[in-house]
Design a protein around this ligand. Structure first.
Ligand SMILES: NC(=O)c1ccc[n+]([C@@H]2O[C@H](COP(=O)([O-])OP(=O)(O)OC[C@H]3O[C@@H](n4cnc5c(N)ncnc54)[C@H](OP(=O)(O)O)[C@@H]3O)[C@@H](O)[C@H]2O)c1
Length: 274
């Protein structure tokens, strides 16, 4: 599959999602962007129309951490009469700190967004893709999916779900001879997106290490992997070797290394745990 007709991108109004939207627009796709803030969606649409005047950009403001959100997104595409042939599950955010200091409700919303909504959107759109024997699903996981992540415990665990779910589904589809493909993208820390601020990670050393990358690189490498039907991509030059290397290390050591990278320059600030 070298082209698509309709690409639905969650969290497509900023960061990695917006960079992915640019690539789909460049290749002549109609964009369906679903994200939280109305003003950010409008700004993203205006920017994309400026850069790619021939691209149709449709937007839907939606809190995707609500349980009914996936069905509402699916119904929206049905009302538009559009078949989604590329689904990008990109919307996400992080929660940082010792578990007891993090809001339960904030983490529960994150679990619903990263796990339940991703699962439900996949189920809704996969059926049509299977019927047409054509389609691609790109799921944004993270390098944190491969090991336990002290101070980013729940976030990392949700991204492990994204990774294992995506890889198992990719295997099932191949085994059944389907031409539908699923790709998991596992970026290292990405600078210049809203992630660090939303996760309240200003204090973390994570974004000043050699492992960081940028949203345009993540989007380009993920897009290439998606279109060529690869199951897994770790965006950024040379970072694929990280995966091979990390797999060789004992888990307790890996957990300590992860904590070293995640630890704050100062002590993590307390949030309103509830
Ligand atoms: N940045 C990193 O270091 C990094 C590393 C590995 C993986 N990732 C993953 O990459 C994906 C994109 O992150 P990013 O770095 O591009 O961050 P970002 O700039 O904050 O983009 C995240 C997008 O998701 C949207 N979103 C968040 N919560 C939502 C909700 N409840 N309903 C609807 N939309 C929601 C955001 O909307 P708002 O603008 O309203 O927040 C934003 O458009 C995420 O899944 C993240 O976990 C990021």
């Amino acid at each position: 599959m070298n082209t698509c007709s309709n690409a639905l991108i969650t969290g497509g109004s900023s960061g990695i999602g917006l960079e992915l939207a640019r690539l789909f627009a460049r290749d002549g796709c109609r964009l369906l962007l679903v994200s939280l803030p109305e003003d950010e969606l409008a700004a993203a649409k205006a920017q994309l129309k400026l850069e790619y005047p021939d691209t149709e950009v449709l937007t839907l403001q939606k809190d995707l951490s609500r349980q009914e959100a996936a069905r509402e997104v699916y119904n929206w595409t049905r009302e538009l009469g559009l078949e989604v042939d590329v689904l990008v599950n990109n919307a996400g955010f992080g929660t940082y700190g010792y578990l007891q200091d993090i809001s339960v409700e904030r983490e529960a919303a994150m679990i619903r967004l990263h796990v339940e909504t991703l699962y439900r959107l996949t189920r809704f759109f996969l059926d049509g893709m299977l019927d047409r024997d054509r389609g691609r699903i790109l799921n944004l996981s993270s390098i944190s999916a491969f090991q336990p992540n002290p101070l980013l415990a729940t976030y990392g665990a949700t991204k492990s779900f994204v990774l294992q779910f995506s890889r198992a589904l990719a295997f099932e589809l191949r085994e059944q001879g389907s031409r539908v493909r699923v790709t998991a993208s596992c970026p290292t820390p990405v600078k210049q997106t809203g992630f660090q601020q939303t996760a309240d990670m200003a204090d973390s050393s994570l974004f000043s290490t050699w492992m960081t990358t940028t949203p345009d690189v993540v989007a380009q490498d993920s897009y290439r992997a998606l279109m060529s039907g690869r199951e897994l991509v770790i965006p950024g030059k040379g970072f694929q070797w990280l995966h091979g290397f990390l797999r060789l290390l004992p888990m307790p050591l890996l957990t300590r290394i992860s904590k070293e990278h995640l630890k704050p320059k100062r002590k993590p600030t307390k949030t309103n745990a509830s």
